[in-house]
Design a binder for this molecule. Sequence first.
Ligand SMILES: Cc1cc2nc3c(=O)[nH]c(=O)nc-3n(C[C@H](O)[C@H](O)[C@H](O)COP(=O)(O)OP(=O)(O)OC[C@H]3O[C@@H](n4cnc5c(N)ncnc54)[C@H](O)[C@@H]3O)c2cc1C
Length: 403
Amino acid sequence: MQRRALIIGGSVGGLLGYALLRQAGWNATIFERTVGDLAGRGAGLGISQNLVDILRRIGARFEPSAGSAHDAYVWMERNESISFSHRRPTVGSTWPRVYKPLRALVPAQDYRQGANLVRITQEGDAVTAHFADGAQETGDILVAADGVFSTVRQQFLPDVAPSFASYVAWRGLAEESEMSAAALAAIGHQVVYCFPEGEMLLAMTVPGVGDDMRPGHRRIYFIWYRRTSSSELRDLFTDASGRHHGISIPPPLIRSEFIVALRDHARSVLPSCICEAVMRAPQILLQAVSDLQVPQMVFGRVALMGDAAFVARPHTAAGVSKAALDAQCLADELVSCEGDIDGALARYEKARLAFGQQLCAHSRYLGAYLEGLDQERDPEKIIRDYGAQSLLRDVEVAAFSAH
Ligand SMILES: Cc1cc2nc3c(=O)[nH]c(=O)nc-3n(C[C@H](O)[C@H](O)[C@H](O)COP(=O)(O)OP(=O)(O)OC[C@H]3O[C@@H](n4cnc5c(N)ncnc54)[C@H](O)[C@@H]3O)c2cc1C
């Protein structure tokens, strides 16, 4: 008898889970509450060899043009001089470049949009998902890939929530075509780090609109970490009508005075090539950097995965790779369990709890400087530490398009 998996969340984690479980011989259905295409919403993304291998395994089209190769991490001073260079080949891509080929693998009947899970019940070996419109679906397992604010996690672990790490990340993408030739030459094929006092910014080239990798048609992506008090945080995430959005605000609702202040600050502290990117980015995104860790990932026939379980700070650039490894581990355990689904879920939980804990610990270490906890750490050490990520395999850069 074919087993059935209910997958809650149709973003990258849910899609990976779907593809791997289907390969393992399971019947699977995705339930996603958002209606419409998610592809327009993502920004820059780190690529690991683990992710590339898993995409290849499930036959997702992730071609060499999907990533922009970088040679080194460099510390750039305000006058654009390079104080330190650490050779480290990496690949930057964008979220839609991973999401779209995964989405293309799922036939329409297996991807139910507008399905908002509200509750789960379990009886014997069966798990039932209850949706806001009154619909119900029953399966052998339920995979919770419903992200950082997971409804599933809130049901089983109501006290676990993201905790603010006392700094925020401002992000943006500027078109190369809008930038000066001098700025693009200064950024070059490197990941540029800037260290305004107590802050940190990273900038790099990523594919452009329509996944264009031709010089002049790509984009410059930046992520700028800035310390923020809890009271400032509340203000930042409150829109012009006075509505507070918790720790996640839609970009168009960020108050314009904050964008003006960010750009003013950019003019006074950043090298001009990076400042240009901050000025030219048409839309600025804001994220409250936070930590999320669970003590348990499996509840009967329910398994948490991806951001529903652990969210490491963005320094590790590992969110999508971690979701992919969670999905792969779950599918591999289920395929080799000879019918012992509970045993497979227990082994999944043991392996992925350990990974999530280590990844979060490493990301907290990398972010300690931004919390003001380790002022002794100088930029050279920070850059070397960023390069020392050992939980994921470095991507084989030679396979990706050069600049
Ligand atoms: C639109 C979007 C853009 C992103 N862009 C980037 C990026 O540019 N760079 C980056 O590093 N990371 C990005 N991420 C985050 C990244 O996808 C995750 O860090 C990682 O891939 C793990 O993904 P996930 O599938 O576990 O969670 P998520 O990607 O957060 O997806 C969770 C999904 O569950 C759905 N969902 C939530 N609650 C319910 C419910 N009750 N019922 C049904 N469905 C529900 C959500 O609508 C969402 O689609 C983005 C996520 C999204 C949703």
